[in-house]
Design a protein around this ligand. Structure first.
Ligand SMILES: [Fe+2]
Length: 323
């Protein structure tokens, strides 16, 4: 499986971070394997893989959503890495694919952020609390068309059933300080600016803002506290950056080298510093920001059901008029 000079690896990736280019350049430097990356939305990449079929140049698929990987697997697009002889760490229990078709390599926690001074520590601990009328006019979240919110909603359906999850979505929508607009970062900035007291965001956006070159982003990030929800029950909803070998991959040796490389402590650390996603192995590669947040329990109860409940999640959002 050792790579030879002149080898290539073709990546179809949903990720769009500068750090990925640096990681790939380092991979080339270390192994001599040239990397070609095509970036697009995961749904577009899946469509492209379907139409290219056996002629696809792609060797691996990278997404930021386990549900998209499940979809690719169901469509028969994925092959399987042979990880037996690969010296790499296992992901935390319950967040990988039990069948081994795709491998998580970074963790993306969806958290609750609260305004310092306006929300007391302990006042909100669970996603379920966001439905409490005490947050009327004080809550912000982005649009329901966003895949991060859809996965969170799917986890609520998995935990409570569609009916109860729909009622939750209705109550959360009633609590919003304004109709959904912008991305996660915009919610954090709006809370910092006093428009609302509580918002939902992926934790890595706060990490990026805390370490931003832009002083106004750093200042906004310091106005909020981060809460990893549901620590006393099922855990915090998290999604993953994940990689899969494609069924029609031709550069399988380089693909295996790349998987091993991504999961090495050095690259886990580099990626964590680049995006503030959590490394899959908390012990070896946490940044200062991650250490300050502390370890947290991931919701592994619902993780395997996120793809199953995707359609119910979209229905719940529609019924709630969470736009
Ligand atoms: Fe993101």
């Amino acid at each position: 499986m050792a790579a030879v000079t002149g080898d290539t690896l073709n990546i179809y990736s949903h990720r769009h971070y500068g750090i990925d280019e640096r990681v790939n350049a380092l991979f080339t430097e270390r192994t001599g394997i040239e990397v070609r990356m095509v970036n697009a939305d995961a749904d577009q990449l899946i469509e492209r893989l379907r139409s290219e079929g056996a002629n696809s140049p792609a060797d691996v698929l990278v997404t930021v959503d386990a549900g998209r990987m499940e979809r690719a697997r169901k469509l028969g697009l994925l092959g399987k890495f042979d990880t037996e002889d690969l010296d790499m760490p296992d992901p935390p229990d319950g967040i990988g694919d039990p069948d081994g078709y795709w491998h998580p390599y970074m963790i993306r926690a969806r958290v609750i952020l609260t305004a310092k001074g306006r929300v007391e520590p302990g006042e909100i601990n669970r996603y379920e609390d966001l439905a409490d009328p005490r947050w009327r006019g004080r809550l912000l979240a982005r649009s329901s068309s966003n895949s991060y919110n859809q996965a969170l909603m799917a986890s609520m359906v998995a935990a409570h059933g569609e009916r109860e999850a729909t009622e939750w979505a209705q109550a959360v929508t009633r609590n919003m300080a304004r109709p959904p607009q912008g991305g996660d970062r915009d919610q954090i900035k709006a809370v910092a600016a006093g428009l609302a007291d509580v918002c939902i965001s992926n934790s890595y956006y706060l990490g990026m803002m805390l370490e931003s070159p832009d002083p106004s982003e750093r200042a906004a990030a310091r106005q909020v506290d981060v809460i990893f929800p549901n620590q006393d029950d099922r855990g915090t909803h998290a999604n993953v950056s994940a990689i899969a070998l494609l069924k029609h991959a031709t550069h399988t040796g380089p693909a295996h080298e790349y998987l091993k490389f991504l999961l090495s402590p050095e690259i886990q650390r580099m990626l964590a510093e680049g995006t503030y996603e959590h490394p899959v192995n908390f012990d070896s590669s946490l940044t200062e920001v991650h250490r300050e947040w502390g370890e947290f329990k991931i919701d592994t109860d619902t993780f395997g059901d996120l793809a199953t409940h995707h359609d119910a999640a979209v229905r719940a959002f529609d019924a709630a008029r969470w736009r």
